[in-house]
Design a protein around this ligand. Structure first.
Ligand code: GLC
Length: 481
C-alpha cells in the first residue's frame, strides 16, 4: 500500500511535543509492514536546514497557488533515510526558512500551514507518488482532506484520506476573510469551514476526511462531551460513525534502558535494581539534590501548560513535602506562572526540590531512568507518551485516569497489585494527593511490592507494532468504503 503521511513536525528532524514523536515512530512502523511504501512530508524549517546531520537533495521546484498568491515550493528529499521511510521536505523561505526559533505561534500560521497542506498535494503529484492513503495530523494539515474533496485534484481519483486528532484544543481558527483570501475554495465549502462566524479548519477535516482517528480509545469517547472537546463536541458526535481511537505506542528502540546512550547505567526488566539505583544517584547529583537512595524521587517531564494538571501539583506540593519524605524534580518550559512557581519552590527547598526550566531530551531520558515515581495529573490527555516512557524505564506512574492515561495505566490497589500505577478519577488536588501518598507509602513500606510493580511496568509491550496494524485495518476499510 502506498501511504503518504503529512505533518508539521516529526522527530528527529523537528519536534515540539508528542506529535513529533508519533511522526517518527508511526511511519517507521508502517514501513516495516511488507508491501507498504511510506512517504513522510514535513516543512523545511530553518532549524532543519541548518542541521548538518540532515543532508538533502533537491528534487525539483513548483509553484503553489494559494488564493491570489503564487508561491515557490522546493521539493527536497532526505539523502540517507534511516529506515524504509522516504522523507520529503517542503521548502519555502518566506513561510519556513527565515524564521528563528519556534515552529508555531506566528501571526500567519494559518496561511503557512494552508500553503504546506496544498504544497504537499501538489508535490505528491510532481514526484509521481499517488498514494492509496493520505494520513494527516492536527489542524496544520487539516485542509488536505478538504482540498481533496473539493476535487481540485483529479490526479488522486482513488486516494482516501484519514485525519488524526492529537489534541482537539488546537483547531486552526482564522478570521472569515481567510476563506476567500487564502483558501479560495469553491463557495459550497464555506459551511463546512465555518464555525461560530469564523473559519475552523479542524471542523472541515472532520467533515471531509474518509475516517477520523484520535490517539486513544478513551479520548475518542470523551470527544463527544463539551468538557473535553473545546466546542467540537457536536461536530465530532455527528462524525462518531467514522471516529476511532488508536492508542499510540512509543519508540521502544529509542526509549530502551538497555541501550539508551543518554543514561549512565543500563538495565532491563529482569535485573534493574542496581542499574536504576545508579541512574538515580547520578541524576540526584546532576540536578543538585542530596544522593539519598531510599527517599522516593518524584519526577515530571512536561510542557508547563495548564491542561497538564500543574495546578493540582502546585496546590499540594507543600503539603506533600511536609507529610512525606520525598524529593521532587520537574523538567519543562511553558507558562510563566508555573515556571516561577517551581523555580521558587526549588529555591525554598533546595535539598528537596529541583526545577529545570528547559527542554533537554538527554536530561529527560535520565529522569525517566533515575526517577522512582512519575507524576502525570493531566486535566485531559489525548494519549500522553511520557507515562509510557517512564514505565519502560521502571518508573511508576501516578496519573489522572483520563484519555490515554486511563488506557495505558490501569490502576492498582494500595499493595501495588492489579494494575500498572496509581490513579485518581476525579480531577481534584486531594485525590491526586491521595494517589501519590499510596504510591509513596508502598515505596516506603513494601519495597519488594514496589519492585514487582516496577517490573510489570517494564514488561509491557508499548511498541508501535499493534497500533500500526490497527492503522492498516482502517486504511483497508477506507479503501473498500
Ligand atoms: C499531543 C497530545 C498527547 C499525545 C500526542 C501524540 O501532544 O497532547 O496526549 O500523546 O499528541 O499523539
Amino acid at each position: 500500500m502506498r501511504i503518504a503521511i503529512l505533518a508539521s513536525e516529526g522527530a528527529p528532524y523537528v519536534k515540539s511535543g508528542g506529535l513529533g514523536d508519533v511522526m517518527e515512530a508511526l511511519p517507521s512502523a508502517l514501513s516495516r509492514i511488507p508491501g507498504n511504501e511510506v512517504v513522510l512530508m514535513l516543512p523545511y524549517y530553518k532549524k532543519i536546514r541548518e542541521d548538518s546531520r540532515y543532508a538533502v537533495e533537491f528534487v525539483t521546484n513548483i509553484t503553489v497557488k494559494l488564493g491570489w498568491r503564487r508561491q515557490y515550493c522546493g521539493i527536497l528529499r532526505l539523502k540517507n533515510p534511516r529506515d524504509g521511510v522516504q522523507v520529503y521536505f517542503i521548502d519555502n523561505l518566506y513561510y519556513f526558512g527565515d524564521r528563528a526559533g519556534a515552529i508555531y505561534g506566528a501571526l500567519d500560521d494559518g496561511e503557512r500551514f494552508a500553503f504546506f497542506s496544498k504544497a504537499c498535494l501538489d508535490s505528491l503529484i510532481t514526484i509521481g507518488f499517488i498514494p492509496h492513503v493520505i494520513q494527516c495530523n492536527d489542524w496544520q494539515t487539516a485542509l488536505v482532506p478538504t482540498y481533496l474533496a473539493a476535487e481540485y485534484y483529479p490526479n488522486f481519483p482513488g486516494t482516501k484520506c484519514m485525519f488524526t486528532i492529537h489534541n482537539v484544543e488546537y483547531q486552526g481558527w482564522a478570521d472569515s476573510y481567510f476563506f476567500d483570501d487564502v483558501l479560495a475554495l469553491p463557495w459550497e465549502y464555506r459551511p463546512c469551514l465555518e464555525k461560530d462566524g469564523a473559519v475552523n479548519v479542524m471542523k472541515a477535516a472532520v467533515e471531509t476526511a474518509h475516517l477520523v482517528t484520535t490517539v486513544s480509545e478513551t479520548y475518542s469517547r470523551q470527544l463527544m462531551y463539551a468538557y473535553y472537546a473545546h466546542g467540537m463536541e457536536k461536530v465530532l458526535a455527528d462524525a462518531a460513525w467514522k471516529l476511532t481511537g488508536i492508542t499510540n505506542g512509543i519508540d521502544v528502540n529509542t526509549f530502551n534502558p538497555e541501550t539508551d546512550a543518554a543514561i549512565p547505567a543500563h538495565y532491563n526488566a529482569e535485573s534493574f535494581r542496581e542499574g536504576k539505583a545508579a541512574c538515580k544517584a547520578a541524576l540526584q547529583q546532576e540536578v543538585g539534590l542530596p544522593q539519598k537512595a531510599d527517599t522516593p524521587l518524584l519526577v515530571m517531564v512536561t510542557r508547563l501548560a495548564g491542561h497538564k494538571g500543574l495546578d493540582l501539583l502546585c496546590y499540594i506540593a507543600r503539603r506533600l513535602l511536609e507529610q512525606r519524605d520525598c524529593q521532587i524534580l520537574i523538567l519543562g518550559t511553558g507558562e510563566k506562572q508555573f515556571e516561577k512557581f517551581f523555580a521558587d519552590l526549588a529555591a525554598e527547598f533546595p535539598q528537596r526540590v529541583a526545577a529545570k526550566i528547559s527542554f533537554d531530551l538527554g536530561l529527560a531520558a535520565r529522569i525517566y531512568a533515575g526517577g522512582d515515581i512519575y507524576m502525570m495529573p493531566s486535566k485531559s490527555e489525548p494519549c500522553g507518551l511520557s507515562q509510557m516512557n517512564a514505565m519502560r524505564y521502571g518508573t511508576v506512574p501516578v496519573v489522572h485516569a483520563t484519555g490515554g492515561l486511563k488506557d495505558t495505566v490501569p490502576g492498582c490497589d494500595e499493595k501495588g497489585e492489579g494494575g500498572l500505577g496509581f490513579t485518581f478519577e476525579s480531577y481534584n488536588a486531594d485525590d491526586f494527593y491521595g494517589a501519590l501518598c499510596r504510591c509513596i507509602d508502598l515505596y516506603a513500606g513494601d519495597r519488594d511490592g514496589f519492585c514487582r510493580l516496577q517490573k510489570r511496568c517494564m514488561e509491557q509491550d508499548f511498541s508501535w507494532d499493534k497500533p500500526a496494524q490497527k492503522y492498516m485495518q482502517l486504511f483497508q476499510k477506507m479503501l473498500t468504503q
